[in-house]
Design a protein around this ligand. Structure first.
Ligand code: NAD
Length: 473
């Protein structure tokens, strides 16, 4: 049975939605200066509560303070800085050219807010993935209703405090809760829905949006493959992959999901990853303050069952493998000889298990990647331009790093998002502003135009002009 929200909570959601609908033109008519001030206030309040945010994320899943600062707070403050530096330009009308046939007119694009928007967020980067899109939504002049994930309740509590301190609820409102809250929100006729989460839930969101033909941005997940070829700097690749895979306990939508390593470099790669993991997390990762936990027992069991299933199918544990269910702890784990049909290779892992697969010919790897869903990210470690170009041109992916992983997310000049199963639409910087805006095309007639001469009744003279237009204009 699907849980439904209490009448009181449903009424509250509906009344806030109506209040935001009424308020949307006032908010939409704010100047760049007012929006910049608003975003600065949001950023300043986030920084003011840094200690509480760190504490909340430690409670939720033992996120180290340094990672809270870098991957949560900094992402929001840098998004605000980037947006504020560019907002006047993004908001100003953009003139476009006039074809000869429309002589006597001028045209421009006016970016206007979509209106009342919904943001539904996941738990793996609670602040980053809730307030990041919020910055873009506010920059574009929208009102916003937010539903964070129910799985990181401490982080949600501090985010709620920040929102309530900075905004009136007829501009930004925050609704904690699970599926029932999301379902109640999704029944409303939002003008745009920005969802971050799993592809299966993305389909539910898109179905709900279709009822009102609301536009969507879907930031989804999937398996992000990584290729380390025979020319790669293996020590560097191993270091960056170990960091990008095991920070946040592998619970990163763009973590390297599995690694294809050229067979000639496989042993060296495994040794280097092992060395690096000891440097990062010591001999016993369960004692390390730098090593996070899986968010809850449900996800712990999911990741553990993937590992067990692949081992019983013939996979070998090369590094780690131990776990403590009562702490949702799993060692940083690397597996080899993983059967392609095992759960580890069929599902997004989203946890601290890294399959490493040896290969001889890059074409086999490209074919295998192309046989799956389009990944959110694809990483290439190589020092040979020809190999890099070949992989770039013969695969598809939301984003790619060459000789690194995960970090393309931090460049707000790049669009971030997937394709098909990994998502629809893009976020961050200009792309986030664009996602939350309607590009309104405006045409202005300044003096009589040629079309005025071509209205009915038609005659030979008018037909001649039409013929000339078809031929020359
Ligand atoms: P999830 O899809 O389970 O949950 C995301 C949000 O959807 C939560 O707020 C949740 O309450 C809500 N939700 C869950 N079931 C719902 C339903 N039936 N109807 C309506 N709403 C529902 O995802 P998660 O477990 O929080 O996050 C993990 C997934 O998110 C992974 O697949 C990961 O790759 C993806 N992800 C993608 C990005 C990205 O930027 N592309 C970033 C982070 C995570």
């Amino acid at each position: 049975m699907t849980a439904t929200l209490s009448v009181a909570n449903t009424e509250k959601i509906q009344s806030v939605f109506s209040a935001q609908q009424k308020n949307q033109y006032r908010i939409g008519n704010t100047s760049a200066k007012e929006r910049i001030r608003k975003l600065q206030k949001l950023s300043g309040t986030v920084v003011k509560y840094k200690a509480e945010i760190r504490k909340a994320m430690w409670e939720d899943f033992r996120k180290p303070a340094a990672e809270v600062d870098l991957t949560e707070i900094y992402v929001v403050t840098s998004e605000v800085k980037h947006t504020n530096a560019n907002l006047r330009r993004w908001m100003s009308p953009q003139k476009v050219g006039t074809p000869l046939s429309l002589l006597g007119s001028s045209s421009w694009i006016q970016y206007e807010p979509k209106g009342v928007c919904l943001i539904i967020a996941p738990w793996n980067y609670p602040l980053n993935l809730t307030f990041g899109p919020l910055v873009s939504a506010l920059a574009a002049g929208n009102t916003v209703m937010i539903k964070p994930s129910e799985h990181t309740p401490y982080s949600s509590a501090i985010m709620k405090k920040i929102i309530n301190e900075v905004f009136e609820e007829n501009e930004v409102a925050f609704f904690e809760g699970g599926v029932e809250t999301a379902t109640a929100l999704l029944s409303l006729p939002f003008n745009h829905i920005f969802f971050t989460g799993a592809p299966e839930i993305g389909k539910i969101v898109m179905r709900a949006a279709s009822k009102h033909l609301a536009s969507v941005t879907l930031e989804l997940g999937g398996k992000s493959p990584t290729i380390v070829d025979e020319t790669a700097n293996v020590a560097l690749a191993a270091t960056r992959i170990a960091w990008g895979k095991f920070s946040n306990n592998g619970q990163i939508c763009i973590a390297p999901d599995h690694i294809f390593v050229h067979e000639s470099k496989k042993e060296q790669f495994l040794n280097e990853v092992g060395k690096r993991l000891k440097i990062f997390y010591g001999e016993d990762a369960s004692q390390s303050e730098n090593y996070m936990r899986i968010v809850n027992n449900h996800h712990f069991k999911r990741v553990k069952s993937y590992l067990d299933n692949s081992v019983s199918g013939g996979a070998k544990v090369a590094i780690g493998g131990k776990s403590k269910a009562e702490e949702n702890f799993m060692e940083p784990t690397v597996v080899t000889e993983v059967p392609l049909e095992s759960d580890l290779m069929k599902n997004e892992i989203f946890g601290p298990v890294l399959p490493v697969i040896g290969y001889h010919n890059v074409q086999e790897v490209v074919d295998q990647i192309n046989a799956g869903e389009i990944p959110l990210a694809l990483y290439i470690y190589s020092s040979k331009k020809k190999n890099v170009n070949y992989i770039l041109k013969n695969t598809r992916a939301g984003g790619t790093c060459i000789n690194n992983n995960d970090v393309h997310f931090f460049n707000n000049n790049l669009p971030f998002g997937g394709s098909n199963n990994s998502g629809i639409g893009k976020s961050r910087g200009w792309y986030g502003f664009d996602a939350f805006s309607n590009a309104r095309g405006v045409y202005k007639q300044n003096m009589p135009g040629a079309l005025d001469l071509l209205m009915p009744p038609y005659n030979n003279f008018k037909q001649k002009i039409i013929d000339l237009t078809l031929k020359w204009v």
